[in-house]
Write a protein that binds this ligand. Sequence first.
Ligand code: SF4
Length: 373
Amino acid sequence: MVKIHGRCDLACDYCYMYEHADQSWKRRPPAMTADVGRRLSDRIAEHVRHHRLTEIRVILHGGEPLLAGVDGITRLVDGIRAAVNGAAAVRFAIQTNGVRLDRAFLECLRALGVSVGVSLDGGVAEHNGHRRFAHGGASFPRVAAALELLRSPPYREIYGGILCTVDLRNDPLEVYHGLLAFDPPLIDLRPPHGNWAFPPPGRVPGDPATPYADWLMAVFEEWYGAPTRSTGIRLFDSIIQMLLGGPSDTEDIGLTRTGAVVIDTDGSIQASDVLKTTRPGGPETGLSVLTHTFDDALAAPAIRAEQRSPATVPGPCRGCEVVAVCGGGLHAHRFHPTAGFDRPSVYCPDLLRLISHVRDRVRADLARLPAAT
Ligand code: SF4
């Protein structure tokens, strides 16, 4: 994940970059320079060659990555592809707030083959509840205009999906249908980031209530029970996939190793940026693409700790009935001020209820399958 630009043109109140424990964005360069981009490209190519990788993913992120402009994005994407020089397929994606996503950006991203994900929290009221400009203005009209373009030919081919942060105060089905109105190929429903030290809204640590599971289950029932389905929901697809023995497609749950690192605008190599919600310097490794390889990064304790596997499951999760699917939840959500990360997710009761519910629904459907003849 490459932070090509470290500032944002929105001021969302739940943002994990600017509104949580880590404030390191203030001392970093606003944008990645061409020189850091070149050093990053060389490091990626070095890693591809050394491990004979056949495919890698690069996600352009921020802040708001479109603030890097058409030229900045083109330079980085072309630079990485040139450095890799065909040794591996490089799949690019960008995650944007959508307010600047106009035809010029879409032409650029389409020409570069960059898949586009847009953040949208539902319909007008739900989205504008959190995702506002610094002056208080609503962002929905511009994001909606961008999504109308993105969903239509010729840009539909680079439409990656919609990322929606859950707000318990919003009606789950209104949010779901607000997102479906833009015909996304994929929806990422994510509870707001938090942990045992800084609990998410409506989540009392240790309380057995399951407000997030209840919210998500309402959407699941609507989605799973639909006669036809053209939109995937990453969390539900991953749970079902894992119940059937496959991998997870989300870092939020599961035991599938991600092998992901974050590169900030100054070239520093970091663990997941969601660790910014745990403490100041939460994602820091002390490494940089200017001086270290990605193998150095994968050996860094902060990055090793978040690689999902049976060995990194928190101790208290080991006897849990859904641990093979849940995996203890997102690493950053396990953080506790005294126990560190050896804790179940702060969302534990929600995860247990949601995963059990999906399992029971799938199990009932499988039981109705005719026996093989
Ligand atoms: S449901 Fe809770 S106890 Fe079970 S694996 Fe997930 S976080 Fe751990």
